[in-house]
Ligand binder design. Structure first.
Ligand code: PDD
Length: 284
């Protein structure tokens, strides 16, 4: 079955889903995106993703082509039409097609593309039982990582470096401190305290991060928002990442060093369970 993709008001078979070669998303990576997970045909943290989308659009002075309710309606249509039980909805808004110029065009119409990926049963991923291995690589991305732009080439290169090293992902390091993962936020746990870098332009303000930290506070866990080094991470009791596509994923090895006993730790396992339960319960 061919997927149905939403493009600027139309629901099209994926082979017919196209945007212009003059789209600034193609020419300049002049666009933003969001990824929302689907569990049991419902959208997890939809309003968090919509709020961050607006923040990214505002930062780039791109006008949202649809409002929150229309966006929800489109997401739901795609989940239904593509029979997504569990999976992901990817949304991209670009500044739209215009004659090539570094100056933003005054009257371009933003492009909106939304598509789905089916991932049956991904909340029960076997990887969550064994955990991820991580390498660290230099963070060579641009300085506005708080804007969720489609310029994802360096994260993709870093992911390839991880794969080449036989690891699952890379954590990015700037001035000796870990910023975040290629496409996730990074955490360690030491003596019961969850340590994760504070929000700034240096990292993406993860929607899963916000929810997981809220849940950790409710579960009486202690949190310290500050940068940490790769050496500190290697000496931690536990490590994990969060993202819409992996929820809470334990990390069991960093640069060849086992974390704790080399198996997923209790804090990461507990937070994963709470987040997925709560995500299912509050999904819309
Ligand atoms: N990535 N940091 C970066 C650099 C990311 O790309 C992501 C998400 C996150 C986690 O954000 P959230 O919890 O809102 O998903 C942190 C998505 C999943 C992706 O690019 O596929």
């Amino acid at each position: 079955m061919s997927r149905i993709v939403y493009v600027n008001g139309d629901y099209l078979p994926e082979g017919d889903a196209k945007v212009s070669v003059f789209d600034r998303g193609f020419l300049f990576a002049d666009g933003v995106y969001e990824v929302t997970s689907v569990l049991n045909r419902k959208l997890v943290d939809f309003d968090g993703h919509t709020a961050r989308l607006q923040r990214s659009l505002d930062a780039l002075d791109i006008k949202a082509p649809v409002n929150r309710d229309e966006l929800l309606q489109i997401h739901r249509q795609l989940v239904t039409r593509n029979q997504i039980e569990d999976g992901l909805v990817y949304l991209q808004i670009t500044r739209g097609p215009a004659d090539r110029d570094f100056v933003y065009p005054k009257d371009a119409t933003p492009s909106l593309v939304i598509f789905t990926q089916s991932k049956p049963g991904f909340a029960d991923s076997p990887q969550a039982r064994t955990g991820w291995t991580i390498i660290t690589v230099e963070d060579l991305r641009w300085g506005r990582r708080d804007i969720k732009t489609t310029q994802l080439l360096y994260p993709s290169m870093a992911k390839m470096m991880a794969k080449a090293a036989g690891a699952d992902d890379a954590w990015l390091v700037e001035q000796g401190k870990i910023t975040e993962g290629t496409s996730n936020n990074a955490y360690i746990v030491k003596n019961g305290v969850i340590i994760t870098r504070e929000l700034s332009n240096d990292i993406l303000h993860g929607i899963t991060r916000a929810a997981v930290l809220r849940m950790a506070v409710s579960a009486q866990m202690r949190i310290d928002e500050r940068p940490f080094t790769p050496a500190e991470a290697q000496a931690a009791d536990e490590a994990f990442i969060t993202s819409a596509s992996n929820f809470v994923m334990p990390v069991v090895e960093i640069d060849g060093e086992k974390i704790g006993d080399g198996t997923p730790g209790p804090v990461a396992r507990r937070l994963r369970e709470i987040y997925i339960d709560e995500g299912r319960r509050t999904a819309i």
